[in-house]
Design a protein around this ligand. Structure first.
Ligand SMILES: NC(=O)CCC(=O)C(=O)O
Length: 258
């Protein structure tokens, strides 16, 4: 399974259209990959809160249609990162997973909205449902940035059968040490692969940390970026998950804690 995580550069001068063009240029060079990822609210800019409501779209809008078509053209699963979803009078931080035919097979509304120097929690409604979905490779769990700090969400995804966690993010450089810890911890404690996709650049004064990662179930970082725009790639085999769980059966030793 060939994976590419597009660590996109965000800067405040870019319009949504310019960002989509930039992402498309990178995407168009990624023929032959099975799974491609984009970061969190990258079209608007996670920290550009004044743009959230005006750039929000429904699931029937252009963002979804465009990346459905891209997934099909690339013949790849595409985790298109997240966008501001409008549904009735509510707004969500919603990430999207398309299959090779361009079918939207899962959408996930971020459960843990960030509130530390962030207006996300004031502007958006939180999601309520952890999401996992079957793919041709195995079951995949979806999550977004701040969710990484909440191990119970990943444990729930594990219990739903996940072997691979996909994490879309706009995590700042200032807390890079936490980012590295949580990427490894969520993979190791659940004996899953984890692929994260973070932004780089500067958005409303927040320097974004990059270091998107592909982590194996032992916690080895197979591939990572730095703080510059890059496509982080690796080839993985989800059979490693079963082998790891057999060889070191920590998940069988769980004790229910009430
Ligand atoms: N976009 C986010 O959820 C940011 C999370 C973050 O900066 C942190 O947990 O630290």
């Amino acid at each position: 399974m060939k994976i590419a995580s597009i660590q996109l550069e965000i800067n405040d001068a870019q319009s949504a259209q310019e960002r989509m063009k930039r992402a498309d240029n990178l995407l168009n060079n990624l023929k032959g990959y099975d799974l491609i990822l984009l970061p969190e609210i990258w079209m608007t800019g996670y920290n550009s809160f004044d743009r959230y409501l005006e750039e929000a779209e429904t699931l029937q809008g252009n963002f979804v249609a465009h990346y459905a078509q891209k997934a099909k053209a690339l013949n790849a699963y595409l985790f298109a990162g997240s966008f501001v979803e409008k549904s009735g009078d509510q707004f969500y931080n919603t990430s999207l997973l398309f299959d090779r035919e361009g079918t939207l097979i899962a959408s996930y509304r971020k459960i843990h909205l960030f509130r530390y120097g962030s207006k996300e929690g004031d502007l958006l409604t939180r999601g309520t449902e952890p999401i996992t979905v079957e793919t041709e490779f195995g079951k995949v769990g979806l999550s977004t940035c701040y969710d990484l700090r909440f191990p119970e969400q990943f444990r729930k995804e594990l219990d739903l059968g996940a072997k691979l966690f996909l994490v879309t993010s706009a995590w700042p450089l200032a807390r890079l040490a936490h980012w590295n810890l949580f990427n490894a911890a969520r993979a190791v404690e659940n004996q899953c692969f984890l692929v994260s996709c973070n932004c780089v650049g500067s958005n409303q004064g927040v320097v974004l940390g990059g270091h998107s990662q592909i982590v194996d179930p032992w916690g080895n970082v197979i591939a990572t970026g730095d703080e510059h725009e890059a496509v982080v790639t690796a080839e993985i085999d989800l059979e490693t998950v079963d082998k790891t769980r057999e060889e070191f059966p920590q998940l069988k030793h769980r004790v229910p804690i009430n």
